[in-house]
Design a protein around this ligand. Structure first.
Ligand code: ADP
Ligand code: MG
Length: 466
């Protein structure tokens, strides 16, 4: 037999064996687990007594080698006696030479075992209602959260669905509800009994569910979840595409609501925008109270900085806070991070916090923000949104249907870039800096009075920031 024929024969044999190994694996672990963890495993080849399998991410690789490494090896050995070792690796990125792939982890003892995922997440001490700063963008969500904490499972507030972009306070509000509730005894028929609250990320929910499947303890898992008074699931968008977990969540959800328990959910989008979630789940999620955490305003950012500085007991000049609030507009987490860095730096070098040190210490952070969005991108998005030509951004026309979008684009340029007013004016047909200033105050005022307009502007901001 010619060498190449022998090789392709061997390859065929191996492919057949792999198909049969997969079938056995599926039989062994069940459909759900198989689909969640093992479906993406692919065969790379055999080299001597070593067989190599591939997974697309390091996380999956670690998980699969830890949880299924020995099972896979023994099934392979029963299929093909020449296999001694099964190596599970991550796929080299497309276009990268295979020898640049990450070194494989030892299939018997993977690098770092995942933290056990079967405990309900602990609550962050800092995330209470006391430390949550309320302003226009979050006052509605805050009020809803307060209400649920005072009177869980009230009609119209169940489920409470909180949504908004990254770092705007969803998790903070959920923990605040949980703290409040776990300190307060129940009212109503079960009066006096402490409230049991289960808070976890959707990701953790899935791990727990999968673990329960593996340990054949799904019944306990269900009973445990269904025995709580309040169930909170954070970052629900994680369940998109995880059909079995979604299914299980849906049943738990229904059982709890039917039993008069409170559910609190957070996600990065509203229920109707969470495409990829099952329709019936989306419908149920939207039928309680849906509250949006809007992007922060300058005023809110200043209040947050003041509150944090006060709490930390450091003296931060107003000018520095204004500087931060102007520059870091995307989310509160980053704003906090910048403040912490300033404080740490001041402590370390025993120096006052000044505008100069702020510039110096945050140089790289701010540069990263500047790179995020350009005036051209803003103009393009805004023009598309109101269906006008991008050239109108620089034109002299003053009719309302082009002047208003132009003002919005100037406003967003001021909010999202670090360009100066004259600089912004130059991008808009060489307009004067006072025109830009006027646009900014006009848009700000209008956002305060016209909710639909405010929503448009926030939407644009979010699209530009993502
Ligand atoms: P999300 O869950 O929406 O991504 P988090 O709740 O984790 O955001 O908030 C990110 C960080 O910002 C947290 O440290 C949180 O305490 C802080 N934060 C967000 N909003 C506020 C607020 N209104 N007042 C005080 N801190 C806030
Ligand atoms: Mg969060």
């Amino acid at each position: 037999m010619a060498q190449s024929e022998r090789e392709s024969g061997h390859e065929n044999l191996l492919t057949n064996q792999w198909a049969s190994v997969r079938a056995k694996l599926q039989q062994e672990v069940g459909d759900v687990e198989y689909r969640t963890w093992l479906k993406q495993v692919s065969l790379a080849g055999q080299d001597g007594d070593e067989l190599t399998l591939m997974l697309p991410t390091r996380f999956l690789r670690d998980w699969v080698s830890k949880e299924y490494g020995s099972l896979i090896t023994s099934i392979w050995q029963s299929e093909n006696a020449s296999v001694r070792r099964v190596d599970i690796r991550t796929q080299p990125a497309r276009g990268t030479a295979p020898n640049l792939a990450e070194p494989a982890s030892n299939p018997v003892a993977p690098a770092r075992p995942e933290a056990r995922a079967d405990v309900i997440a602990p609550l962050d001490q800092r995330f209470t209602f006391d430390t949550f700063v309320v302003g226009k963008p979050n006052e509605f969500a805050y009020a809803c959260a307060r209400r649920v904490a005072e009177a869980p499972a009230t009609q119209g507030f169940n489920p409470l669905f909180l949504y908004g972009g990254v770092g705007l306070g969803k998790t903070h509000l959920m923990h605040a509800i949980a703290w409040e509730l776990s300190n307060a005894p129940l009212q109503g028929p079960a009066k006096g009994k402490p409230v049991s609250v289960a808070y976890m990320s959707a990701e953790k929910f899935m791990y727990r569910f999968i673990n329960a499947l593996r340990n054949q303890s799904t019944l306990e898992f269900k009973n445990e979840l269904r025995s709580v008074d309040v169930l909170m699931i954070d970052d629900l968008q994680f369940l998109i595409g995880k059909d079995n977990t979604q299914e299980e969540f849906f049943h738990t959800f229904n059982a709890l609501v039917d039993a008069g328990k409170q559910i609190v959910i957070s996600a990065d989008k509203s229920p109707s925008d969470l495409s990829g979630l099952e329709d019936r789940l989306r419908t149920r999620l939207g039928c309680g109270m849906v509250a949006d955490l809007h992007a922060t305003t300058f005023e809110l950012r200043i209040s947050i900085l003041e509150a944090k500085a006060l709490r930390a007991g450091v003296d931060v000049p107003a000018k520095v806070m204004e500087f931060l609030a102007h520059k870091i507009t995307s989310n509160v987490r980053e704003l906090e991070g910048a403040l912490n860095r300033l404080v740490a730096h001041a402590n370390l070098f025993d120096r006052q916090i000044t505008l100069e040190t702020a510039h110096e210490v945050l140089h790289d952070v701010l540069k990263a923000f500047d790179r995020r969005v350009t005036i051209q991108e803003i103009q393009k998005k805004v023009a598309e949104h109101w269906n006008i030509k991008i050239s109108e951004m620089s034109s002299a026309r003053r009719s309302r249907n082009v002047a208003r979008p132009r003002q919005v684009a100037m406003y967003l340029a001021k909010q999202l870039t670090s360009k100066s007013l004259p600089d912004i004016g130059r991008h808009f047909g060489d307009r004067d800096h006072t025109t830009v200033m006027h646009a900014v105050s006009r848009v700000t005022a209008l956002m305060g009075t016209d909710a639909a307009f405010a929503e448009d502007v926030e939407l644009l901001r979010r699209m530009l920031e993502s």
